[in-house]
Every structure is written in structure tokens, then in C-alpha cells.
Ligand binder design. Structure first.
Ligand code: NAD
Ligand code: IPM
Ligand code: MN
Length: 350
């Protein structure tokens, strides 16, 4: 039978709680099909840093790289914890993995599932995917501080956009749109962020010539937030940079039934590096340890993982089981993390 080497990084806060359910679903969905997930658990995150001082060692990275894929819960401590004030676990762990493993496509689907209560009345048929650039932009780590700590401090955080980096993610987005409803919206802020805007505009225009069937439009990011709330059904594929994509996908999560449902993949498409699948949400220290976390986002991330590995049947079984579980939620009292996981496992069998 096929063996998939899976690195599992449960992380902090609700990370381990939702990953326990995700692994349960993964095993239930794959077992019968003769695929074995050989898992290695990596205890990384704020908790480990506070214990040992390590965030992501060269040995951790080399070991993770030897896997076929990565499943991650969430990392990061309580915002404002003074013991973490000099360090960004998120940057040195999560972003380091995305960068070192060259996961340049941050894929974030957004759907309103039938029966899901959400903040929008009559949103219609909402089913879009945000293709967020994953290795560049304001996340690049380029910048610094002059006259630090003085009244004259100057802090810069440079948004890096390369022709190579923009073209590869834009190509991915076009190819995806061509397989879907053939609408691509690219989002920027070309009226202010002019140099990056011109580069993105040129690349989108060039690649568009190869996809005459794909209808392309452009939105400034501020206007995009209006349309995401006012008429989200208009979107099919959205392509944007790292920071705009981060913000738009929390919004996308909120309009589609809450951040507890939003899944993502950090993809290196040609398979030279393992791709990493994780819920969009963070470690949620405010609800950690109280069995309140919804594991659905982590479970839908498992569906993305299965799809990435070419296990399409298993992926759609998981997605259908989640849909069935969500459809059955109406009017029921809130359930615990493991009750939701169990319900999805049970739906897999049907
Ligand atoms: P968060 O996503 O952790 O929480 C935001 C709100 O959403 C909270 O009220 C939380 O209770 C709720 N929430 C999140 N996930 C939920 C779930 N599955 N079910 C129900 N409710 C859920 O964002 P934050 O509070 O800004 O960040 C907390 C920590 O997580 C920070 O250290 C942050 O840097 C980190 N973070 C990590 C990741 C990641 O690892 N991928 C992503 C975002 C934030
Ligand atoms: C996300 C998170 C991360 C990001 C943080 C924790 C570095 O918000 O995955 O959306 O900004 O990419
Ligand atoms: Mn985010």
C-alpha cells in the first residue's frame, strides 16, 4: 500500500485540539483505501520555545523537509505575553517554513455551506478561492529600524515583489480559474502602491493573453472588502499579495460562517518540497483548553491535503462528510471539539 510520510505540527493553544480531530478524520478516510499515513509529530511553537529556547532548528527543518506533506494546527502564544515580546514565533516558525519550503501558493477556499449561519443575509452561492502569494510582499523580512527607541525612530517594512515570484503565483491562479468558473479578480492598491502595482498589472496582463477564456478584473483592496461583504458570490478566483491576502482571507472566513471553517494550503506546486496544510485561524488562547474550538477548518485542511496528494476520492469523502455535518447543525446546541470530529467521522461512513 502507498505510504505517505506526514509531518504533524500540532502547535499551541487550540492547535493540538483541532489536530487531534483532523488526524482522526484523516485516518478514517484513508485507512480503507490502502493509503497509510506515517506520521512524525514535531512539538514546535511558543510552548516549546518557552521551555527550550528553540523555535525551528536546522535539524527540525531538515527532518520536516524529508516528509511528503505537513499538517499544522496553529502556532503562537498569547498576544502581549511579555516572555514573547522579543521574538515572533509566527515569523520564525510558520513563515520560515513557508519560505524555506518555497510554498508560494497560499490557497484559501471560501464557501458558504448550505445551512451555515453567517452574518450575511441572502449571500447567494458563494464559492471562491483566494490565491495568496506566500513568499514575498511585506512578509519578506526586508526592512529595519533606525534610531530605534528614540522619538526619531524610523521603521520600514519593505514589500518585495519580484517578476519571478509574481508570475508563478499569477500563473497558478489563471490555471485554477480556467478549471473553475473562469473569472479572475486580481486585488492590489495600484493607486498608492504603484511600483508593485505596475509589476502585478503587467504580469496579469501578459498571462491573461494565454487564457482568453478567463475574464479578468481588478479591484483595489479597500473596494474588494466592500464587494466581499456586499456581493461575495461574484468572486471565483482572487489573486493577491501576501498581506492583502492575509487580511482578505480572515474576512472571507468571517462571511462564510466563521473562522472555525476556513481551511488553507501552503503549496509548493511541483512537489520538490512538502506542502503544508493548516486552518486559517490561530492558536486562539481565549478558548484554548475549553473544548470550544471548531475542528472543521483543520478537517477541511485535511481534505486539501488529500487532494494535493492526488487522493481525490478520499478528499471528496472528507469534504462531503463535513458538508453533511454542517447541514445537520441547524438548531442544535453547540458541540465540543471532539463531538464535531466524531460526527464528521461518522458521516464518512455514510
Ligand atoms: P485567532 O485566529 O487565534 O483567534 C481569533 C478569534 O477567533 C478568537 O476569538 C478565537 O477564539 C476565534 N477562533 C479561532 N479559531 C477558532 C476555532 N477553530 N473555533 C472557534 N473559534 C475560533 O487569532 P489571534 O487571536 O489574533 O491570534 C492568536 C495567536 O495565534 C497569535 O499568537 C497569532 O500570532 C497566532 N496565529 C497563528 C496562526 C497560524 O499558526 N497559522 C494564524 C493566525 C494567528
Ligand atoms: C495566517 C496567519 C499568519 C500570516 C501569521 C500568524 C504569521 O495570520 O496564516 O493567516 O499572517 O500569514
Ligand atoms: Mn492571517
Amino acid at each position: 500500500s502507498r505510504v505517505v510520510r506526514l509531518a504533524v505540527i500540532p502547535g499551541d493553544g487550540i492547535g493540538p485540539e483541532v489536530i487531534a480531530e483532523a488526524v482522526k478524520v484523516l485516518d478514517a478516510a484513508s485507512g480503507a483505501e490502502g493509503v497509510v499515513f506515517d506520521k512524525t509529530v514535531f512539538s514546535l511553537g511558543a510552548a516549546r520555545y518557552l521551555e527550550t529556547g528553540d523555535i525551528l532548528t536546522d535539524e527540525d527543518l531538515a527532518a520536516i523537509r524529508g516528509h511528503d506533506a505537513i499538517l499544522l494546527g496553529a502556532v503562537g502564544g498569547v498576544p502581549g505575553d511579555p516572555r514573547l515580546s522579543d521574538v515572533s514565533i509566527e515569523r520564525e516558525l510558520l513563515l520560515q517554513l513557508r519560505f524555506d519550503l518555497d510554498q508560494y501558493v497560499n490557497l484559501r477556499p471560501a464557501r458558504i455551506y448550505p445551512g451555515v449561519p453567517g452574518p450575511l443575509a441572502d449571500a447567494g452561492d458563494v464559492d471562491f478561492v483566494v490565491v495568496r502569494e506566500g513568499t514575498e510582499g511585506a512578509y519578506s523580512g526586508s526592512g529595519g529600524s533606525l534610531r530605534t527607541g528614540t522619538a526619531h525612530e524610523i521603521a520600514t517594512e519593505v514589500s518585495v515583489n519580484t517578476a519571478f515570484g509574481v508570475e508563478r503565483v499569477v500563473r497558478y491562479a489563471f490555471a485554477l480559474a480556467a478549471k473553475r468558473r473562469k473569472r479572475l479578480t486580481w486585488v492590489g492598491k495600484t493607486n498608492v502602491i504603484v511600483f508593485a502595482g505596475a509589476l502585478w498589472q503587467r504580469v496579469v496582463g501578459d498571462v491573461a493573453k494565454e487564457y482568453p477564456d478567463v475574464v479578468v478584473d481588478y479591484l483595489h483592496v479597500d473596494a474588494a472588502t466592500i464587494h466581499l461583504v456586499a456581493d461575495p458570490a461574484r468572486f471565483d478566483v482572487i489573486v493577491t499579495d501576501n498581506l492583502f491576502g492575509d487580511i482578505l482571507t480572515d474576512l472571507a472566513g468571517a462571511i462564510t460562517g466563521g473562522i472555525g471553517l476556513a481551511a488553507s494550503g501552503n503549496i509548493h506546486p511541483d512537489g520538490a518540497f512538502p506542502s503544508m496544510f493548516e486552518p486559517v485561524h490561530g492558536s486562539a488562547p481565549d478558548i484554548a483548553g475549553r473544548r470550544l474550538a471548531d475542528p472543521t477548518a483543520a478537517i477541511l485542511s485535511v481534505a486539501l491535503l488529500l487532494q494535493h496528494l492526488g487522493l481525490d476520492d478520499e478528499a471528496s469523502r472528507v469534504a462531503r462528510a463535513v458538508e453533511a455535518d454542517i447541514a445537520s447543525r441547524g438548531g442544535l446546541p453547540a458541540r465540543t471539539t471532539s463531538e464535531i470530529g466524531d460526527s464528521i467521522v461518522a458521516a464518512l461512513g455514510r
